[in-house]
Write a protein that binds this ligand. Structure first.
Ligand SMILES: [Zn+2]
Length: 285
C-alpha cells in the first residue's frame, strides 16, 4: 500500500478556521473571513484520514444524531480541509481551460454539461473567485490579499481548479459532504458484512450486496511520470475527495486488509494482523 503511493502530488490546504454559512437556504461550509491557509500532505496520516471519514459516515447514517453530525463534520473539515468536489466531479480537473464542464454521473449534479462560469458559481456562492475568465482563457486577479496571492503562487504548478478549491472564498454544501461520507461508510459496510454473513445469506441478499458494491467507484486520480534519478510514477490527487476514495478502495481490497468493524460499538478500525474482535477502545474497557 505504502509502495503503491510512494510518490504523490497530494498537497492539500486546510484553513485555521471554518464557518457554516447559508445562501438561498443552502447550508455551506467555507473558510472564515480572517482564517489563514495551512498546507499539509494528507498522505502522511492516510490511515487516520480514511478511518475518520468512515466513522463520520457511519454517524451520518443515524437520523437521531443530526446535532452531533453537524459538530463532527465541522471538526473533520477543520482537521483535513474541504473535500474538493469542484475538481473531483468533472471529467478533467483542468476544466478551467475549457468553456464547458463535463460531468460523469454523480450524486450531486444532474446536468451532464455546464458552462464553466455557472459551474464555478456552485462553489463560490458568496463572492465570485479572483479569476477572470474570457473564453478558454482565465487569469488570476488577486490584488489585495497577500496570503491568497502567496497560496496561488505556491500551487502554481497544479491545475487552476485545484488552486481555486484552496482559496478562502471556496465553499462546499454541507449536504454534499454528508452524502459523500455516507456513501463511503455504506460501501465499507457492504464489503465487510458480505464476507461476515456470507454463509447465512440467501442468493437474493447476496445479489443485492454485489450490486451495491459494483455501483461504487468514480473518477480515478491521474498520474504522470517524472524523470528523477530514474523514471518515477507520480500520482496526482487533485482533491482530498479522490484521495480518500482511492486510499479507501485500496485499503478495502488489499489482501492483507485489516479494516474491521467493532461488533460492540460499530467503530471502524484497523486491526493488528490476524486479529479479530473488538476495537481498542472497547477492549480496554
Ligand atoms: Zn468498539
Amino acid at each position: 500500500m505504502k509502495n503503491l503511493f510512494k510518490h504523490t502530488s497530494s498537497t492539500w490546504v486546510r484553513y485555521s478556521s471554518y464557518e457554516y454559512r447559508k445562501s438561498e437556504d443552502i447550508l455551506y461550509i467555507t473558510p472564515a473571513a480572517d482564517s489563514l491557509p495551512i498546507l499539509y500532505d494528507p498522505m502522511e496520516n492516510y490511515e487516520s484520514l480514511v478511518l475518520d471519514a468512515l466513522n463520520l459516515g457511519r454517524l451520518a447514517t443515524r437520523a437521531d444524531r443530526a446535532d452531533q453530525l453537524h459538530t463532527n463534520v465541522m471538526k473533520f473539515v477543520q482537521k483535513y480541509g474541504l473535500l474538493g468536489f469542484m475538481t473531483a466531479l468533472p471529467t478533467t480537473p483542468k476544466f478551467m481551460e475549457y468553456e464547458q464542464v463535463y460531468l460523469p454521473k454523480n450524486h450531486f449534479i444532474r446536468e451532464e454539461v455546464m458552462q464553466t462560469e455557472d459551474y464555478l458559481h456552485i462553489f463560490f456562492p458568496f463572492e465570485p473567485p479572483d479569476v477572470v475568465k474570457y473564453g478558454v482563457q482565465s487569469r488570476w486577479n488577486i490584488s489585495d490579499d497577500k496570503s491568497m496571492m502567496a497560496l496561488a503562487m505556491t500551487l502554481a504548478d497544479r491545475p487552476m481548479s485545484v488552486n481555486l478549491c484552496c482559496q478562502r472564498r471556496y465553499a462546499e454544501q454541507y449536504d454534499w459532504i454528508v452524502r459523500m461520507l455516507q456513501d463511503w461508510a455504506f460501501t465499507f459496510l457492504t464489503g465487510f458484512l458480505y464476507y461476515l454473513d456470507n454463509e447465512r445469506m440467501d442468493d437474493l441478499t447476496r445479489e443485492i450486496f454485489q450490486k451495491g458494491m459494483s455501483a461504487f467507484g468514480g473518477s480515478a486520480p491521474t498520474y504522470h511520470i517524472e524523470l528523477r534519478e530514474r523514471p518515477t510514477l507520480v500520482w496526482d490527487f487533485h482533491s482530498l475527495l479522490l484521495q480518500i476514495q482511492m486510499l479507501f478502495s485500496v485499503m478495502l481490497t488489499d489482501e492483507s486488509s485489516t479494516m474491521r468493524c467493532c461488533p460492540n460499538c460499530g467503530r471502524v478500525f484497523v486491526a493488528e494482523y490476524g486479529e479479530d474482535g473488538l476495537c481498542p477502545e472497547c477492549r480496554s474497557r
